[in-house]
Design a protein around this ligand. Structure first.
Ligand SMILES: Nc1ncnc2c1ncn2[C@@H]1O[C@H](COP(=O)(O)OP(=O)(O)O)[C@@H](O)[C@H]1O
Ligand SMILES: Cc1cn([C@H]2C[C@H](O)[C@@H](COP(=O)(O)OP(=O)(O)O)O2)c(=O)[nH]c1=O
Length: 242
């Protein structure tokens, strides 16, 4: 029988470092454990998902319910065709956003009832919840400044245009959900340097997965995980996701 799969989600606002940290974590876990690691993301982690992503992020204006249903459709297909099969093979799956994004954005941000959005997501995902969710917490203004530094040229998508109040409600919803379920969530300060955040993630994951102590190694990471590398990673992931 396969080793059981392990499901990790990264959550937080736009530009907080989710793709940077998920890639660094994936490389480290694959090297250390030899397990299959699947890196994926929502919305748009499948071919159908790319079309749904384009519609919801760059398409016509739409109401909150239509938006929630598109994210749920993306999730249903993503779980059925990518996440669940990988977990069944015994892989570690790392997703950049999952159902907590729906609750934070479509409920906290757009004002739909939280339990309805969560229920819709769980229905779409046939009840699949992450084993651990890493929240990269950052003030929306700081995240916006970071994104502007990364590619000030790019046009803002529908969600990015939503404004500071919207993004503050999104952040507060993430923090409330994390506080309510500390077993599943790890809250990290996304204003710290890339390598410090990654070191904290590795220490936490080592404990949860029963890996050999890596505290010393995590300290040495300060030199290893160069921000330049993280930039390249973020860029290459970003290319897939206009
Ligand atoms: N801890 C950090 N400190 C400073 N800049 C960061 C940090 N983490 C990521 N970045 C940079 O911020 C930008 C957004 O990072 P990214 O990983 O794409 O975030 P997300 O996936 O959450 O949108 C990139 O230019 C990236 O290099
Ligand atoms: C998965 C998901 C994302 N979103 C939003 C959050 C983002 O604005 C956008 C996805 O963008 P994403 O590519 O994750 O942005 P970033 O890498 O900058 O964080 O979709 C929802 O509103 N609901 C959801 O369920």
């Amino acid at each position: 029988m396969n080793e059981p799969g392990y499901f990790i989600s990264f959550e937080g606002g736009e530009g907080v470092g989710k793709s940077t940290q998920s890639r660094l974590l994936g490389d480290w876990l694959a090297d250390l454990t030899g397990r299959e690691v699947v890196l994926t993301f929502e919305p748009g982690g499948t071919a159908l998902g790319k079309e749904l992503r384009a519609a919801v992020m760059h398409g016509q204006d739409m109401g909150a319910r239509a938006e929630a249903l598109i994210y749920a459709a993306d999730r249903a297909h993503h779980v059925e065709t990518v996440v669940r099969p990988a977990l069944d093979r015994g892989a570690v799956v790392i997703t950049d956003r999952y159902l907590d994004s729906s609750v934070a954005y479509q409920s906290g941000g757009r004002d739909l009832p939280g339990h309805e959005v969560e229920h819709l997501s769980l229905w779409a995902a046939k009840g699949l919840r992450p084993d651990i969710t890493i929240l990269l917490d950052l003030e929306p203004a700081a995240a916006a400044a970071r994104r502007a530094g990364a590619d000030g040229k790019g046009a803002l998508d529908r969600l990015e245009r939503a404004g500071l109040e919207f993004h503050t409600r999104v952040r507060d919803t993430f923090l409330q959900r994390a506080a309510a379920d500390p077993e599943r969530w790890v809250i990290l300060d996304a204003a710290l340097p890339v390598d410090d955040i990654q070191a904290q993630i590795r220490v936490d994951l080592s404990a949860r997965l029963g890996l050999t102590p890596v505290v010393a190694e995590a300290g040495a990471l300060a030199e290893a995980a160069a921000v330049a590398e993280a930039d390249a990673v973020a860029e290459s992931l970003g290319e897939d996701r206009s």
